[in-house]
Design a protein around this ligand. Structure first.
Ligand SMILES: NC(=O)C1=CN([C@@H]2O[C@H](COP(=O)(O)OP(=O)(O)OC[C@H]3O[C@@H](n4cnc5c(N)ncnc54)[C@H](OP(=O)(O)O)[C@@H]3O)[C@@H](O)[C@H]2O)C=CC1
Ligand SMILES: CC(=O)N[C@@H](CCC(=O)OP(=O)(O)O)C(=O)O
Length: 312
């Protein structure tokens, strides 16, 4: 029997991309609201409570409001906003993050979809904190650049309709990016990384990077060891790949758009010749594994179907 799915915020950037990925699915019946009622509280309440699974693609406040409207104990929620990522009672929707995570997602009725930057950062750091090569007290740094679709409809309009001449800009100079709590908690760290995001004049795709002074880490790991740990952590995964070291050695430059339209995340471990420094790099589509792709993967897990359905 097909399952009823309601995407609250379907007309937004993330919502539209989820719809596209679910197009043609015979196991899903969509609950949809006409355009003039998509913000109507009563109509949303009915839709939210009538669905087997709801996917929230809303600003944080509207996402909290939506959750408060749900009384049906059988309705499962996948929230793409930042509202519940480190909240009590919610399961972090990053299936590849740890061995038990997939089963936790399958069993949960409250799943938070990870932030795009957080996905890259956690993918790079978590396997290393899990084995202790990066200790929990490590003062981690994270540099990243995203396409402007990461800022949703308003930033897309800003870049595409003459609102800015910027080709590139750094932001969050106050050092208080909204992904820091999830990066800290699920990265296995005691204190937030120093995070320096930037946005460029291109629509989508991102690079998230963690630079490491290997000589300063307690165990002074080699580049080969880091690569081994990351490769073992993602062995057999369909959506997270660690490039072979030889491939990284031959890669002299990397651009953020290479995985656009996919749910893939690619990791490179770059190192200097002396083995003293490393750059851990993740490439992903902010609208793919960083948002809509991950949401569809989580939906598939909740529905008990192949988690790769509709994803490439
Ligand atoms: N863009 C990205 O790369 C990522 C975004 N996210 C998160 O996903 C969520 C959605 O982001 P994004 O798609 O980019 O944002 P958009 O601004 O593109 O879309 C948000 C949608 O929500 C609608 N909306 C706003 N308030 C309400 C309400 N009260 N009731 C019903 N609908 C409402 C908006 O309608 P209208 O435009 O008419 O106001 C719009 O269609 C956010 O929480 C964001 O943080 C997560 C990962 C990545
Ligand atoms: C370029 C840009 O502005 N990006 C957004 C992050 C988008 C994202 O993935 O964050 P959420 O999942 O938490 O919405 C930002 O930095 O706030």
């Amino acid at each position: 029997m097909s399952k009823k799915v309601f995407i609250d915020g379907e007309a937004g950037t993330t919502g539209l991309q989820i719809r596209e990925r679910l197009e043609g699915r015979s196991d899903i019946d969509f609950i949809r609201l006409p355009d003039d009622r998509r913000k109507d509280l009563g109509a949303r309440r009915d839709a939210l409570n009538g669905a087997d699974v709801v996917i929230l693609c809303l600003p944080d406040d509207a996402a909290k409001e939506a959750v408060a409207l749900i009384e049906n104990p059988d309705t499962a929620v996948i929230d793409a906003s930042t509202a519940h990522r480190v909240a009590e009672g919610w399961t972090y929707g990053f299936a590849e993050m740890a061995e038990a995570q997939r089963d936790a997602i399958r069993a949960s009725k409250r799943i938070s979809n990870p932030g795009c930057y957080a996905t890259g950062f956690i993918a790079l750091v978590r396997p290393l904190t899990d084995v202790g090569v990066i200790p929990p007290f490590w003062p981690a740094t994270c540099n990243a650049v995203s396409g402007y679709s990461g800022g949703g409809k308003s930033m897309i309009a800003e870049f595409e309709q003459g609102g800015t001449n910027d080709n590139y800009r750094i932001y969050k100079t106050e050092l208080n990016h909204k992904h820091l709590p999830e990066m800290t908690q699920f990265g296995g760290l005691e204190s937030p990384p120093l995070f320096t995001p930037a946005v460029g004049r291109y629509a989508q795709g991102m690079i998230v990077e963690v630079p490491l002074q290997l000589w300063a880490l307690p165990d002074e790991p080699s580049v080969e060891q880091l690569h081994e740990i990351l490769s073992a952590a993602y062995d057999g995964e369909r959506f997270v790949t660690v490039a072979p070291l030889e491939q990284s050695l031959a890669t002299k430059a990397l651009q953020p758009e290479m995985l656009n339209g996919t749910n893939q995340l690619l990791i490179h471990v770059f190192g200097d010749e002396a083995g003293q420094q490393a750059r851990l790099v993740a490439v992903l589509d902010n609208l793919g594994k960083g948002a809509s792709g991950a949401a569809v993967q989580n939906l598939n897990l909740v529905l008990g179907v192949d988690e790769a359905l509709g994803l490439s």
